[in-house]
Design a protein around this ligand. Structure first.
Ligand code: APR
Length: 239
């Protein structure tokens, strides 16, 4: 199967990666929907919605600060590093659902964070926004305008940042190869990106140890972990 695609893959000019929590699993960051995932332990409706936040901002902040501690000690794994390395040979765009910043720490230059960033905070009212790496003593933290601060992430029921989403769509529509890594493709609108790419003639490759709802639409589905499969796939593309 790979041989039939290898020319298209090697000749591809613009490669778009759509990544999810699975690519960071081998950096020690749990996914959401695996059997040991976060949504097995916590109820997303209690922690990852705007209503949950206003109902109990301290609880939501405690959960995010716990995740922040894990993210700050995590390191990019061979999957993140292989994508960053490919930028030396091809035009590479990373559209990630992850909020852990590991693609940027691996060296990827063009990373669109569709669901925001765990290492950024913003005010719930004024336009204050800042990096965030030292946990707050008092929760919920307050902005200098007096209102509470929140993590700069996209919660269920919230729209994606429209400039980021518009740019992500245009990359998906204009790429000739899309590699979808470590995502269950359960959450929209991120899970529509492969459809846009396919409609415009891109080759779709999926890397995921499990089948997903879109595996049958992929030109190639590699059922392996990304830390193993990505370095191998990318070394073939670079040849
Ligand atoms: N390598 C590659 N893929 C893996 C690995 C691995 N080592 N381990 C697990 N996976 C796959 C799982 O099989 C699963 O399909 O990663 C996927 C993770 O899926 P989810 O946990 O649903 O994570 P994701 O798709 O990123 O979720 C999307 O949902 O909860 C929201 O905002 C959250 O951004 C998140 C969004």
């Amino acid at each position: 199967m790979f041989d039939t695609l290898s020319h298209q893959i090697k000749d591809s000019e613009k490669i778009v990666f759509v990544t999810g929590a699975g690519i960071s699993k081998e950096s020690g960051i749990p996914t959401f929907r695996d059997k040991d995932g976060l949504w097995r332990k916590y109820d997303p409706m209690q922690l990852a919605t705007i209503d949950a936040f206003y109902k109990n901002p301290s609880l939501v902040w405690e959960w995010y600060q716990e995740r922040l501690a894990n993210v700050l000690t995590a390191k990019p794994n061979p999957g993140h590093l292989a994508i960053a390395e490919l930028e030396r040979h091809k035009e590479v765009i990373v559209l990630t659902q992850n909020i852990d910043g590991l693609h940027q720490r691996a060296g990827s230059k063009i990373v669109l964070e569709l669901h925001g960033s765990l290492v950024r905070i913003k005010c719930t009212v004024c336009n204050f926004i800042d990096q965030f790496s030292i946990p707050f003593e008092i929760l919920p933290p307050k902005c200098r305008c007096g209102n509470i601060l929140r993590p700069d992430v996209v919660w269920f029921g919230e729209k994606l940042p429209h400039l980021v989403w518009g740019e992500a769509m245009s990359h998906a529509i204009n790429c000739d190869l899309m590699i979808i890594v470590g995502t269950s493709l359960e959450v929209s609108p991120a899970n529509t990106l492969p459809l846009y790419a396919k409609q415009n003639g891109a080759v779709l490759i999926e890397i995921n140890p499990e089948k997903t709802r879109m595996s049958s639409s992929m030109d190639l589905s590699i059922n392996e972990t990304s830390a193993k499969a990505l370095p191998r796939l990318i070394s073939l593309i670079q040849k």
